[in-house]
Design a binder for this molecule. Structure first.
Ligand code: KG4
Ligand code: ZN
Length: 341
């Protein structure tokens, strides 16, 4: 069965056709990164307008690439939460319109649960329970994952998301947008032990995250403790900037990995899942892999393929297959929601 997935929760307009939850027939993403670049972050009004422009051509291309017509589509799925309401509304309206016009079931998808789906969609013999970490530009969350339908939230960030911290630190270091990939690239030439940035663990048992402290520490490092100094980045050499990027990345990765280990122990996880935009980070992937191998007994790590780490509609259509099988349909009253239900 073919599901058309639609994703517009932030700054990517995406559509995909996926058969039986795993066979990707098409995957189209129109990124708005260029539009938001000069602001150093996503501007909701600009994102919304760009989604309106892109949504029709992106869906049309996804259908054409898949070689399907509306009669071949069994359901329409859309991410309706969490995200920017003015962005989500574009995808939700498109999905409702197609559902009505083609007389096909409508399926509502939680964008974060869909990120988890990217990690497992091509896995065979998934052993549960799994401790699942989602790290994106807007969210940093740990889940107790026992079924695709009801991952249970164990903890999340109390301030900045991990990706947001990468983006803000990249701005401080005057590196190109989006910050995550720029920091990773710059960090490759730096020493992760050069500067000891803080690791906020929030207490012995906490599964929540806080990244505003490490971001502020980088800011102080570059502008002086009283913040009165000029940003010294302009006068820093490549190596000094690389050391800051590598040390910042190491601090964030260490917290993410240690908390995931805590979660895995707490729920007796057999598997660890990693998804979301920051999951594209090679240092995070490698450190989490080491942690999983060192645990007793070792855990299997499933990471989303790089092309499905950042926002995409494949993960939406894939997760929708499970909701479809469970008869969990939405109706035409479906609305976008800024936060998760
Ligand atoms: O999942 P995503 O596409 O959007 C949200 O749902 O937020 O994640 C985007 C975030 C951005 O903050 C971006 O800087 C970060 O993922 N990111 C990375 C890397 N690639 C993308 N962060 C660290 N290292 C990367 N290689
Ligand atoms: Zn996302």
């Amino acid at each position: 069965m073919n599901i058309l997935g639609i994703e517009t929760s932030c700054d990517e307009t995406a559509a995909a056709v996926v058969a039986d939850g795993r066979l990707v027939k098409s995957a189209v993403v129109a990124s708005q990164a260029k539009l938001h670049e000069k602001y150093g972050g996503v501007v909701p009004e600009i994102a919304s307008r760009a989604h309106v422009e892109n949504i029709y051509p992106v869906i049309k291309e996804a259908m054409e690439q898949a070689g399907v017509g509306n009669d071949d589509i069994d359901a329409i799925a859309v991410a309706n939460q969490p995200g920017l309401t003015v962005a989500l509304v574009v995808g939700v309206t498109a999905a409702k319109t197609l559902s009505f016009a083609w007389n096909k079931p409508l399926i509502a998808i939680n964008h974060l649960h869909a990120h988890l789906q990217s990690a497992i969609m091509s896995a065979d013999g998934l052993e549960l329970p799994a401790a699942a970490l989602i790290v994106s530009g807007g969210h940093t969350s740990l889940y107790d994952y026992r079924s695709p339908l009801e991952p249970r939230l164990l903890g999340s960030t109390i301030d900045d998301a991990a990706g947001e911290a990468f983006d803000k630190v990249a701005t401080i270091l005057k590196l190109p947008y989006p910050g995550g990939p720029s920091i990773e690239k710059t960090a490759a030439d730096g020493d992760p032990d050069a500067i000891k940035f803080p690791r906020s663990m929030l207490g012995r048992d906490s599964l929540d995250f806080s990244f505003s402290g490490v971001k502020t520490a980088v800011l102080y490092h570059c502008r002086g403790q009283n913040m009165k100094g000029q940003n010294k980045v302009d006068s820093m050499g490549r190596k000094e900037i690389a050391d800051i990027a590598a040390s910042f990345q190491a601090a964030v990765v260490e917290v993410l990995v240690k908390k995931t280990q805590r979660a895995a122990k707490k729920i007796g996880a057999k598997t660890v899942l990693l998804g979301g935009g920051v999951a594209a980070n090679s240092a995070l992937r490698a450190t989490l892999q080491e942690m999983c191998a060192e645990m007793t007994p070792p855990k299997k790590l499933l990471v989303a393929p790089k092309q499905y780490c950042t926002d995409n509609a494949v993960m939406v259509a894939s997760l929708a297959y499970h909701r479809f099988k469970a008869g969990l349909y939405a109706d035409l009253t479906l609305e976008p929601r800024a936060s998760s239900e």
